[in-house]
Ligand binder design. Structure first.
Ligand SMILES: Nc1nc2c(ncn2[C@@H]2O[C@H](COP(=O)(O)OP(=O)(O)OP(=O)(O)O)[C@@H](O)[C@H]2O)c(=O)[nH]1
Ligand SMILES: [Mg+2]
Length: 423
């Protein structure tokens, strides 16, 4: 464990962007999420970033003085910088410079738990590092790029150290990509098996820390096929890095698959979005999205915008979405309060969850039909099937067999159509 917390100066360039203030606040939260203490905050307003140092000359000087004054361990810049900008700033301020992308990558690396998440983060990190290898011939490959790649067998053959480093990283990248492909192939098989069963799938999406996992747990608690399968909830950015899927079974036997996904943040590095694309595919394959918004956050409008942009970026489009404004208890707003398919709610309150379930169900079981069947006595397995898979409204034993009135999917109705009683 760290003995002493490291300190950072954060700095941002305002290019007359309405989201600037919010992105700086978020940068501070990201730094804290990585266990850094923010000791100063600098901003500069410019029309264009400086090619060489991103910030203007005077600001770089001020930055250097601030670092000295606060005895800061590093500087965190609010945007992704070019490799040479980072080097120039490091030279001029004599301090370690981390850009927003590097910081987010670090947080993800520290949070990743499963093998798949670790590989995805490592892939994103290597892709970030590749164009950032220093040209200096004496530069050694960072140890952290690791994972069993190559080695330096070609040393002395005339290639530069840089070229060797690049090749090691490229080899690692293709290794990891292959391993991810293998993992994801088996995921795909599982998904296909589920899809075959024709169960509606619902995905919780939205900004990090909005309450997605809390809602997931509430629903699993009540309707989960396996109530113990809770997911982690924490008051921190990026608590969830893995998509979890749980099966819910309601009292009327209707089922659904619910997935909890990685949270978003503004300017999510494209390397990460790319690396996590398949984890997020769970959302892309959903029949319904539930966007969870932190109603108590003053930046919720921007957060919703970011969520919608990120969904588009990962190819999630044209899926029906309902929006829930969570944490209404913090503002003490009347709740649950429904407007169309949207809801103001509080995840830990029972009546809010009831209302949410109601909305999700209304949107998920549209193709259910109510039918009456007459099933011969020697087809007891069909009666059993209906009792477990359909919502049986009445059962009556008559001379010819069992009369069952049930609400069921159109697919099931078609399957047993030979036993339908035609009005
Ligand atoms: N007051 C209040 N707190 C809530 C509510 N819902 C969630 N929280 C808290 O908000 C924090 C974040 O909740 P999570 O469920 O982990 O959020 P998440 O959306 O899964 O976050 P990521 O996994 O980082 O994307 C936790 O401390 C929760 O206890 C709510 O309705 N009201
Ligand atoms: Mg979560």
């Amino acid at each position: 464990m760290d003995t002493e917390q490291q300190t950072a100066v954060i700095i941002g360039l305002n290019l007359d962007n309405e989201q600037f203030e919010y992105s700086m606040t978020e940068l501070a939260a990201l730094a804290e999420a990585n266990n850094l203490e923010v000791v100063a905050r600098l901003v500069q307003k410019l029309d264009h970033p400086d090619k060489a140092t991103y910030f203007g000359k005077g600001k770089v000087e001020e930055l250097k003085m601030t670092v000295l004054d606060k005895d800061a361990d590093m500087v965190i810049v609010n945007d992704e910088l070019s490799p040479s900008q980072i080097r120039n700033l490091e030279k001029q301020t004599e301090t370690k410079i981390i850009d927003r992308t590097g910081l987010i990558l670090e947080i993800f690396a520290n949070r990743a738990r499963t093998h798949e998440a670790k590989l995805q983060v490592q892939l994103a990190k290597l892709q970030y590092q590749l164009p950032r290898l220093h040209t200096s011939a004496s530069q050694r490959l960072d140890q952290q790029t690791g994972s069993g790649g190559g080695g330096f067998t070609n040393r002395g053959s005339g290639e530069s150290q840089l070229e060797l480093n690049r090749r090691v990283i490229e080899k690692d990248i293709s290794h990891i990509k292959q391993e991810l492909k293998d993992i994801q192939k088996s995921d795909l098989t599982q998904r296909k098996q589920r899809d075959g069963k024709n169960i509606p799938t619902v995905a919780l999406v939205g900004y990090t820390n909005a309450g997605k996992s809390t809602i997931m747990n509430q629903l699993v608690n009540r309707y989960g096929e396996n109530q113990e399968k809770q997911v982690m909830v924490k008051n921190m950015l990026f608590a969830t890095l893995d998509t979890s899927v749980r099966k819910l079974i309601f009292d009327d036997n209707k089922t659904m698959l619910l997935s909890d996904t990685v949270g978003f943040v503004s300017k999510l590095p494209h390397q990460l979005v790319k690396a996590f694309r398949s984890t997020l595919a769970e959302a892309a394959n959903a029949d319904l999205l539930v966007q969870v918004v932190d109603e108590a956050d003053e930046n919720k409008e921007l957060m919703m915008k970011t969520t919608e942009q990120t969904l588009k970026e990962i190819g999630v489009e044209n899926i029906p979405m309902i929006t829930v404004f969570n944490k209404a208890d913090i503002l003490d707003e009347p709740r649950p309060q429904r407007a169309g398919d949207n809801l103001i709610m509080a995840a830990l309150e029972e009546d809010s969850i009831d209302e949410l379930v109601q909305i999700i169900r209304e949107n998920s079981y549209k193709d259910y039909v109510t039918e009456e069947f007459l099933i011969p006595f020697d087809k007891g397995d069909i009666v059993n099937y209906l009792n477990t898979k359909a919502n049986v409204l009445s059962t009556e034993y008559v001379a010819e067999g069992t009369k069952v009135k049930a609400e069921l999917t159109a697919v099931d109705s078609e399957r047993f159509k030979q036993y339908l009683i035609n009005n």
